[in-house]
Write a protein that binds this ligand. Structure first.
Ligand SMILES: Cc1cc2nc3c(=O)[nH]c(=O)nc-3n(C[C@H](O)[C@H](O)[C@H](O)COP(=O)(O)OP(=O)(O)OC[C@H]3O[C@@H](n4cnc5c(N)ncnc54)[C@H](O)[C@@H]3O)c2cc1C
Ligand code: SF4
Length: 812
């Protein structure tokens, strides 16, 4: 069968979903060419805000990359804009040439609207639509003095402002209406939202009318309001709305109103051209949220496959993706004749709920501060449920209706077409279908239905649906697979890496039948760690599979600057080291110098571009990275011990230094902290560390599995030994056992609780041969990994000279 030629314009969210459906349903029917003006494939545009705020990376939001398209046989013309459609000749012309089609799908999305204020074309005036815009904002956040003005207090403007603020930027939102998000929120909810954003450090100006954008040398300098206020800025983000991108369709003579006219099958006024996404107008409506676009994508794919399907418009709801601002709005909540309100306020908790009722039906809902039951209310609006029977208790949610006090019963009672995942338009029935077809984990449900796969706010609800559907068969998340790329648990993977001698990431993907080509942001760091822990000689660490702090060898702080912590072995320092730290603080304008809880000195507020130079300077003074950012050995806290203290029985400081010099640089499943106290008075607080040693008259008590973070735990005694050498042996063997067995990101105390202290004692204390073997394997690993990352990456700004290898000196 000869393939038909399909051309798609736009590799956005709608076309991504359409091609998924099409390539699954009719893998061999079409020869597809995909044009995209952006130089990349499809990413989850709605997750740009988490990328901006630093909560996600771009790599984590890619949904269809070049490899995906290649796998499906789609010819990609990324970075090439389509400039004309010739409907008579049935061709599409891009910037690099012309392609013929049998069917054409236009999925060109929207253009951000730019208010034509004087100065709108200055450099530094941007919209918020794509990765380039996001990167511009991230770049500006690199300058600690930077100021940004956002015009628009709607969903996008506020997400931009919150993301910038999280990166430490001084940001002002200018909004023309009297309260924020006035199209989705009433005044009361708008007020609470404003208060929460102001608390986050964002300046909000409502009722403010922009008059002119002022510039200097072609670059934006300030926004002038019509009351004469000047708001200085280095970047101005306009987030005031979008317009369907219809230019191509209009020029080719297709019927276009506000968007490209389509019928219920997503066919335009030309039978061979379909359109999906934000560029379309259906039955008078245009669209700006993904849920209906995904429905359109499904219908368009079916139309192309010759299957009957119709697009039906549904009620939509809005959530704001700003951490700490729980907000939900749906339906119509404008005051009107015959409409009544039910309002609930809890000012102390910052909770506000309002329902608008008309003819015994809920027609609108606005919730701020507590959105737990929003899906249930949304269902009432969508289904036009008669609420007269539950009116008295309606505002308190599903749990207060009739006998159902159990939230699970409320979920069980939801009808099949209740929407569970708004981003992806997935209803309860679809999730139940997936479970009935064999999905038993969240990852499987997500893979099959996409529910909870975007902003993730519905994850709890999806799990509840799974729990009521699967009953006892529901696998608790603790035993869940590492991530959606595999069905295997961490424990399975660790076992298989050892037993099958898998020594590279590729081997893991291949041999363990990973479902994705190269893993994802969840499994890659774990697999990278397991491989380097098990095969230190054969495996080479993959920096791309590390978290951002580990990649940057410094801790990123909330304002986008970094903190730099040199190692101070066992908490001891010298006048020379202190001088070097003081000099570095002066030279790099370090605003804060802080003594940490782990007996070190933290230089806070270092600019990213200064990192290599400050490392270089500190290296010159003999100091190495303190790994304060790492899943590895952090500090060994010590007390002064017998040299200075009247009570000290042993040289606790000396033992701390020996331990730190032995263990530093070792990568571990999570961070590791040690403490050594010179007597049971325990001034080093050794009994809440991963390993704590308390010196006593008869020797050393080595205890493990303490914690003093989210959980507070006292250590448990591993063993009592007579000599310092034995104390070091027990510590080393314990850490190696943890390195070889724990699940990635399990702290020591969690791991010990899982495997049991008795087992750990058997391995480390009782079995001397095993103890020696663990220590030998630890030392082998250290021969590769005991490296100072600063020395490896430091560059002197003016004159680069290869650095002396300080590793040995520091380790001695
Ligand atoms: C920051 C941000 C946050 C958002 N948050 C949410 C949210 O929380 N919930 C929600 O439901 N929605 C949200 N949205 C909206 C959602 O992202 C859009 O509704 C959705 O991406 C639209 O999909 P689409 O495929 O129609 O267009 P797009 O995803 O915009 O894709 C269109 C693509 O077509 C390309 N293109 C255009 N013209 C041409 C041409 N002539 N030639 C070649 N290529 C062309 C464009 O470059 C673009 O890549 C958000 C949007 C943004 C920008
Ligand atoms: S723990 Fe004991 S030895 Fe150490 S400082 Fe305190 S009292 Fe002195």
């Amino acid at each position: 069968m000869t393939k038909q030629k399909l051309v798609v314009i736009g590799a956005g969210m709608a076309s991504g979903r359409m091609l998924e459906n099409l390539t699954e349903g009719a893998p061999d029917a079409w020869d597809v060419t995909l044009f995209n003006a952006e130089p990349r494939g499809n990413y989850n545009r709605i997750m740009l805000s988490p990328v901006l705020s630093g909560e996600k990376s771009y790599a984590e939001i890619v949904t269809h990359d070049a490899a995906w398209y290649e796998d499906k046989g789609v010819t990609c013309r990324f970075g090439e804009r389509v400039i004309a459609i010739d409907r008579a000749a049935k061709t599409v012309t891009g910037e690099q040439g012309t392609v013929a089609y049998d069917k054409l799908v236009i999925a060109s999305g929207s253009n951000p609207f730019m208010i034509p204020l004087p100065g709108h074309d200055l450099d530094g005036v941007i919209a918020y639509r794509d990765l380039e815009d996001t990167n511009r904002m991230i770049d500006i956040a690199g300058n600690p003095e930077a100021k940004v003005v956002v015009i628009g207090g709607g969903l996008l403007g506020l997400e931009a402002a919150a993301g910038l603020r999280l990166r430490g930027v001084d940001v002002t939102v200018v909004h023309i209406a009297g309260h924020l998000m006035e199209r989705q929120l009433d005044e009361a909810a708008g007020y609470l939202l404003r208060r929460a954003l102001v608390d986050k450090g964002i300046t909000i100006k409502c009722g403010a009318n922009s008059k002119e954008i002022l510039g200097e040398n072609g670059k934006v300098k300030a926004l002038l309001l019509d009351d004469g206020t000047e708001l200085p800025c280095d970047l101005l983000v306009m987030a005031v709305g979008i317009r369907p991108n219809t230019a191509l369709a209009k020029e080719s003579g297709l019927a276009v109103g506000r968007g490209i006219h389509v019928d219920d099958q997503m066919v335009t006024s030309d039978a061979d051209i379909l359109a999906v996404g934000e560029c379309v107008e259906h039955d008078g409506a245009i669209f700006g949220l993904v849920a209906p676009l995904y429905d359109q994508a499904t219908v368009a794919a079916k139309t192309l496959m010759g299957q009957g399907a119709s697009f039906v418009q549904k009620e939509l709801s809005t959530k704001l993706k700003v951490t700490g601002c729980d907000l939900f709005s749906a339906g119509d909540f404008v005051d009107g004749e015959g409409r009544e309100d039910i309002v609930f306020r809890d000012p102390a908790r910052g909770v506000y709920k309002r329902l608008v009722i008309e003819s015994n039906r809920v027609i609108g809902a606005v919730f701020y501060g507590d959105t737990t039951d929003s899906s249930w209310f949304f269902g009432l609006i969508r289904d036009k449920t008669d609420i007269s029977e539950m009116r008295e208790t309606l505002i308190f949610g599903p749990n207060m209706q009739g006998a159902s006090v159990d939230p699970m019963q409320a979920v069980a009672a939801l009808p099949a077409d209740t929407e569970i995942c708004g981003c992806n338009g997935v209803c309860k029935g679809r999730i139940v279908e997936a479970i009935e077809a064999g999905a038993t984990t969240l990852a499987e449900v997500r893979a099959q239905t996409k529910a909870s796969g975007s902003c993730g706010t519905c994850t709890g609800l999806v799990e509840q649906v799974m729990a009521v559907t699967l009953g006892d068969a529901f696998q608790m998340p603790a035993a869940a697979s590492i991530c959606g790329c595999t069905d295997l648990t961490h424990e399975d993977v660790r076992r298989l890496i050892k037993s099958q001698e898998l020594k590279s990431q590729d081997a893991v993907w291949q041999q363990l039948s990973w479902k994705t080509p190269n893993g994802c942001h969840v499994c890659r760091p774990a697999i990278n760690y397991y491989l380097l822990a098990d095969w230190p000689l054969e495996y080479r660490d993959d920096p791309q599979s590390r978290f951002v702090n580990e990649r940057n060898h410094a801790n990123i702080q909330k304002d986008g600057t970094y903190s730099v912590v040199p190692r101070m072995w066992g908490g001891i320092t010298t006048a020379n080291e202190l001088r070097a730290i003081a000099d570095a603080a002066d030279k790099y304008n370090v605003p804060t110098v802080k003594v940490t809880g782990g007996q070190r000195i933290d230089l806070l507020g270092v600019r990213k571009e200064d990192l290599p130079a400050i490392w270089y300077d500190l290296n010159q003074a003999g100091m190495v990275s303190g790994h304060a950012y790492s899943k590895g050995l952090r500090t060994v806290k010590t007390c002064v011990g017998k040299d200075h203290c009247r009570f000290g029985t042993q040289d606790s400081t000396g033992l701390g230094i020996k331990l730190e010099k032995l263990l530093w640089g070792s990568w571990t499943p999570h961070k590791v902290k040690l403490g050594v106290s010179g007597c049971p008075r325990n001034c080093a607080e050794a009994t809440c560390k991963d390993v704590g040693i308390v010196c006593v008259d008869s020797g050393y008590e080595v205890s493990v599995a303490g914690a003093a973070g989210m959980d507070v735990r006292e250590t448990e005694l591993l063993g009592k030994v007579a000599t310092e050498a034995e104390a070091i042996e027990l510590t080393t063997a314990f850490i190696q056992l943890y390195r070889e067995n724990a699940k990635y990101l399990d702290r020591g105390y969690k791991w010990v609780a899982k495997v049991g202290l008795d087992w750990v004692k058997e391995q480390v204390v009782d079995d001397l041969e095993n103890r020696a073997a663990l220590i030998a394997r630890f030392e082998l690993s250290q021969s590769i990994y005991r490296k100072d990352p600063w020395a490896e990456h430091a560059v002197q700004a003016d004159k680069y000279q290869p650095l002396a290898d300080l590793t040995l000196e520091a380790a001695e």
